[in-house]
Design a protein around this ligand. Structure first.
Ligand SMILES: *[C@@H]1O[C@H](CO)[C@@H](O)[C@H](O)[C@H]1NC(C)=O
Ligand SMILES: *[C@@H]1O[C@H](CO)[C@@H](O)[C@H](O)[C@H]1NC(C)=O
Ligand SMILES: *[C@@H]1O[C@H](CO)[C@@H](O)[C@H](O)[C@H]1NC(C)=O
Ligand SMILES: *[C@@H]1O[C@H](CO)[C@@H](O)[C@H](O)[C@H]1NC(C)=O
Length: 427
């Protein structure tokens, strides 16, 4: 008996070399993020295909999935289109079956609608699978590389890249779908459905998939002391093109009011702060908007309160900003220029404080400061879009299982920045 049991083990071992190779179970993964200076887009890098090559992608926090240009230079021996009615198609929430003429495809391939969320262009693209590899982490350093053999993504035509940073070949969607990076990685690798972003405009920021610690030099675990507020689902898709009935894959939170230097900004129409039946209104977080966008009446109320709080003398606007003032007599603090603090009061009665480093942008050789928000006009789809500049050097965690957002506030207050993850491998 003992002998045959051993024999069986041996057989199993030799029969499944790949499962032995993949038995390493990481608790978290890490991706680097840099900011493209000309487009202000945040760009990350994964490795994909066989043989593996680096693929640069625009980071799209609310994006539905990974999409890449497969029409140009896509060569891979492990590329597999997803057959209609397969498990992959249903995970991808595809409701269409199409003809496809890219290499390796056939008449029986399902498709979805990849979205360039920068230019608001959506199109059809097939669902496919290929190997993706990402570095694991213990929260302190990157560790060994983890391969996900059949990562589901969508193939887009080359024209969809228009408007994206130079050198990228698609977008990395981190939204609320089953095949976006957070859920697909968590379910394939069996770790917590949580991820965190920490963006910065210099050097390298970071995305963590999985649970904390998220440690930045000198040994600051930014996951400690996070403030939490519920994540809200917008029932109507905010994508450029979508199948009817799909909810939005973006992350919404409930701003209840806005304060400037602790004073409530009056004149904000509360109706604009909630999401109506048609999916209009509310507040979302976006990495494809470089600056926060406010609906016109909110923009007016907030900018007037901001200027009024210190009687700043306005100077000529510097596009894309409308509200600029002389930077002389504005002191500086650890948290950036000493300007009025903007406070977003959220559900759970917690506040997201926006200090000088995230609220104003220095222009004209630092002689002028502009409030780093832009006017979204009347009747935009979403009333408040918290953009990249306001997120920088704040750790923001998305806990999908308990549908809540955690934020650290500006890390400068803890003597670190999002550029301080130690990317030197511990191996
Ligand atoms: C796809 O289907 C059409 C019609 O059924 C057929 O004429 C064509 O040859 C098929 N193409 C491929 C690549 O299978
Ligand atoms: C701003 O200036 C006005 C008129 O000059 C003055 O009445 C007001 O007190 C000032 N407010 C602040 C906050 O300094
Ligand atoms: C919300 O919190 C603030 C300060 O933390 C407190 O002054 C206020 O009373 C609270 N409001 C509610 C409705 O709990
Ligand atoms: C970064 O991590 C590496 C590997 O653990 C370590 O050798 C190095 O000292 C760390 N860098 C700093 C600045 O602590």
């Amino acid at each position: 008996m003992a002998f045959s049991f051993q024999y069986l083990l041996l057989l199993l071992f030799f029969a499944s070399p790949s499962s032995a190779k993949h038995s390493f179970r990481p608790k978290a993964l890490v991706l680097p993020v840099t900011k493209d200076a000309s487009t202000l887009q945040y760009v990350t890098q994964i490795h994909q295909r066989t043989p593996l090559i680096p693929v640069n992608l625009v980071l799209d926090l609310g994006g539905q999935f990974l999409w890449v240009d497969c029409a140009r230079k896509y060569k891979s021996s492990t590329f597999r289109p997803a057959h209609c009615e397969s498990a992959q198609c249903s995970l991808a929430d595809s409701s269409s079956c199409s003809f496809c003429d890219s290499p390796g495809c056939n008449n029986n391939t399902c498709s979805v609608m990849p979205d360039n969320t920068v230019t608001h262009t959506g199109t059809f693209g097939i669902v496919a699978q290929d190997i993706v590899s990402v570095r694991s982490t213990n929260g302190f350093n990157p560790g060994r590389t983890v391969a996900v053999p059949r990562f589901i993504f969508s193939c887009a035509p080359t024209f969809l890249l228009k408007g994206l940073a130079k050198g990228v070949s698609g977008m990395a969607g981190l939204g609320r779908t089953k095949i976006a990076f957070p859920s697909q990685l968590a379910s394939t690798l069996n770790f917590h459905k949580k991820f965190a972003i920490c963006l910065t405009s210099y050097s390298k920021g970071v995305v963590f998939f999985g649970d904390s610690p998220y440690v930045f030099l000198p040994n600051v675990n930014a996951a400690q002391g996070l403030i939490h507020t519920p994540l809200i689902i917008n029932p109507v898709s905010t994508a450029s093109a979508f199948f009817q009935g799909q909810p939005s894959s973006e992350y919404f939170i409930g701003v209840q009011s806005i304060k400037i230097d602790q004073k409530v900004v009056s004149n904000i129409n509360k109706k604009l702060l909630s999401i109506n039946k048609k999916g209009y209104g509310g507040t979302k977080i976006s990495t494809v908007n470089p600056y926060t966008v406010l609906e016109a009446s909110i923009f007016k109320a907030v900018t007037e309160a901001f200027i009024g709080a210190r009687n700043y003398t306005r100077v000529a606007a510097v596009a894309p900003f409308e509200v600029c003032f002389d930077s002389h007599n504005v002191g500086s603090t650890r948290l950036g220029p000493a300007v009025p603090t903007i406070e977003l009061v959220l559900q759970n009665n917690v506040s997201w404080f926006i200090f000088g480093a995230n609220s104003v942008v220095a222009v004209k050789d630092n002689n002028v400061l502009c409030l780093g928000v832009v006017n979204g006009g009347k009747n935009p789809r979403t009333s408040i879009v918290i953009g990249g500049y306001q997120l920088e050097n704040n750790l923001v965690q998305f806990d999908l299982a308990s549908s809540r957002l955690g934020f650290s506030s500006l890390l400068f207050g803890r003597m670190t920045t999002c550029a301080n993850f130690n990317f030197t491998s511990a191996l």
